[in-house]
Design a protein around this ligand. Sequence first.
Ligand code: GDP
Length: 203
Amino acid sequence: MPVKQAEFLVSNSDPALCPPPNRPEYAFIGRSNVGKSSLINMLTSRTTLAKISGKPGKTQLINHFLIDKSWYLVDLPGYGYAQVSKTEREKFATLIDGYLTSRPNLLCIFVLVDARIEPQKRDLDFMSNLGERGLPFVIVFTKTEKLSGPKLQATIDTYRTTLLEEWEEAPQFFITSAITSAGREEILSFIRPLNEAYIKGKK
Ligand code: GDP
């Protein structure tokens, strides 16, 4: 079932100012230019909900969207600009940390990785960090229409092998493309039962 309504709520740099954690929430994060804005627009069937970045290094904000009046989609800042200073990186880490530790309603973090690029330390470190804190996450491969089936499979296998070196189980993954809309139904079908379980648990 496609998204019917998507509404921008608030952008802020202070996790304490995020909307009250009273609805199921899903956060999207990845390195700058991974295709996060494009994926959010594709998932919500909007062309301009999230801004497609022209240039990396914009203000680092936590953006909340309300979807179908029932769940929050959160666009987190992109990480890993090579050119940002140590202070900027620390500010980013504090922001993300503050966010991750203040959202009891956060049901899953979607970590985006460009399917054309081999596993990067920055992505793997971020996933390890989530795993250590027991925060649920899945991997979203972006721009997959650029790869042939066997090449895509090789990328997935590399991630799986790399993650299994550290963890007993590899996280679930989604194959997506903002160009072909691949993965939209799969991701929305993943979110729906989590929303239902959350609401049941609250009753
Ligand atoms: P963000 O910085 O992570 O929000 O990334 P954007 O959504 O702004 O996309 C970065 C660049 O990748 C833009 O030039 C997009 O047009 C391109 N892009 C995003 N998604 C896809 C995709 O699925 N396939 C292809 N081929 N390009 C994409």
